[in-house]
Design a protein around this ligand. Structure first.
Ligand SMILES: Cc1ncc(COP(=O)(O)O)c(C=O)c1O
Length: 397
């Protein structure tokens, strides 16, 4: 079968929820992927921040193979060895004391919000259940996470949404102060907004948010589904600001490409979850968490955070130089290897022409070209992408 036939079958048998590019990817190694016809692509999408270690990292592949031969799945009725190992590693390397495992980012956010409400019921005075989230945020596609996602385009057709959410502009601490009332139990925020256009917090904003949550006695939840696991050059993005959340969600690259999600929590908050309060059949299953242990260990042991910082600085400096050359680039921004350039026009066609040149990039919010290369990316690969973009931009100006 060739890719044309595959695409026809996809149209016929798969629900049409995705606008797809016309390639069928069948193989990956490091920073590269290949389509059915053998064409190679340099991957600066990384499965949308999933393949932080690059494709098919040998340690992750081996861990999956070994675990698959030993035990693929058992119920959470029983203790699960790799789940315990992964939770220990995550707690040793973060603010957290406890972890709840699930299967995706949305599910992790559902868990985080349920925990916040449960904690509020037990420990806060009055009826506190409302969660404040940010405009341009993205937290997932389930009903609660969709409602938490303060972007109208994702809400269309799904009314009525869940009650108990309030939205404020990102980076506006006074707006948060104004929104907190006697019903508020938590503020939930991405330390860098990914889908919202690679928007970074202003200096001191997250710290002020932490102080405000403490002052008001409410919880602070960080959604690090996209920016966690080394993407910004630190294992977790909150480390840049020296601010710890009470609850944090991660997913995407946590298991090197195997579906997984996790809610990390402080013990005092986590104690509100009692047996039977929350659960997931597959959450923390042996296969996914064995892959997670291998992935996390590789990120920590193989200099990926250092490479991410170095290559991120270099990449951003090249994007900033490019901004000076082309007046239709509004801004170059980001941290580590989550970078973007905001254009004054639509960016969708540029993604397509770059694909023709064998380079995969992404466009979000219609006009922000987003770059999410694997953390093992090299200077030469960054040069190739920036040079190809410049060539493309010269044709526009
Ligand atoms: C910040 C953030 N939160 C949550 C999600 C949802 O994750 P998932 O698609 O695994 O449900 C995403 C996905 O892009 C995300 O970027």
């Amino acid at each position: 079968m060739n890719s044309q036939t595959m695409m026809m079958l996809s149209e016929k048998y798969i629900a049409h929820t995705y606008g797809r590019y016309p390639i069928v990817l069948v193989k990956g190694k490091g920073t590269r992927v290949w389509d059915m016809e053998g064409k190679e692509y340099l991957d600066f999408v990384s499965g949308l921040a999933v393949c932080n270690l690059g494709h098919c990292h040998p340690k992750v592949v081996r861990a999956i193979q070994d675990q698959a031969e030993r035990l693929i799945h058992v119920s959470n009725f029983y203790y699960i060895e790799p789940q315990i190992r992964l939770a220990s590693l995550l707690c040793e390397h973060s603010f957290a004391d406890q972890v709840f495992f699930c299967n995706s980012g949305a599910e992790a956010n559902e868990g985080a919000m349920k925990l916040a409400r449960k904690y509020a019921k037990e420990k806060m005075k009055g009826e506190r259940y409302e969660i404040i989230t940010m405009e341009r945020s993205f937290h997932g596609r389930t009903f609660a996470t969709l409602t938490a996602t303060a972007q109208e385009k994702y809400h269309k057709g799904y009314a009525p949404l869940m009650p108990g959410f309030k939205y404020v502009p990102f980076n506006d601490i006074e707006a948060v102060r104004g929104a907190i009332d006697s019903k508020t139990c938590a503020v939930m925020i991405e330390p860098i907004q990914g889908e919202g256009g690679v928007k970074c917090p202003g200096e001191g904003y997250l710290k002020a948010l932490r102080e405000m949550c403490d002052e008001k006695g409410i919880l602070l939840i960080f959604d690090e589904v996209q920016v966690g696991m080394g993407r910004t050059g630190k294992l977790f993005a909150y480390e840049h600001d020296g601010v710890e959340p009470d609850i944090m969600t991660i997913a995407k690259s946590l298991a090197g490409g195997v579906p997984i999600g996790a809610v990390l929590m402080k013990k005092e908050v986590g104690e509100s979850f009692k047996p039977g309060d929350h659960a997931s059949t597959f959450g923390g299953n042996p296969l996914a968490t064995a892959a997670g242990v291998a992935a996390l260990t590789a990120i920590l042991d193989e200099g990926m955070l250092e490479n991410c910082q170095r290559m991120g600085d270099y990449f951003l400096s090249r994007l900033e130089q490019m901004k000076k050359k082309f007046p239709f680039i509004e801004e170059a921004r980001g941290k580590g290897l989550i970078l973007g350039i905001e254009l004054k026009m639509d960016g969708g066609d540029i993604v397509k022409t770059m694909m023709g040149k064998g380079i995969l990039i992404n466009c979000t919010m219609g006009n922000v070209l987003r770059f999410l290369p694997p953390l093992i990316v090299t200077k030469e690969e960054i040069d190739r992408v920036v040079n190809a973009l410049e060539e493309e931009f010269k044709g526009i100006s």
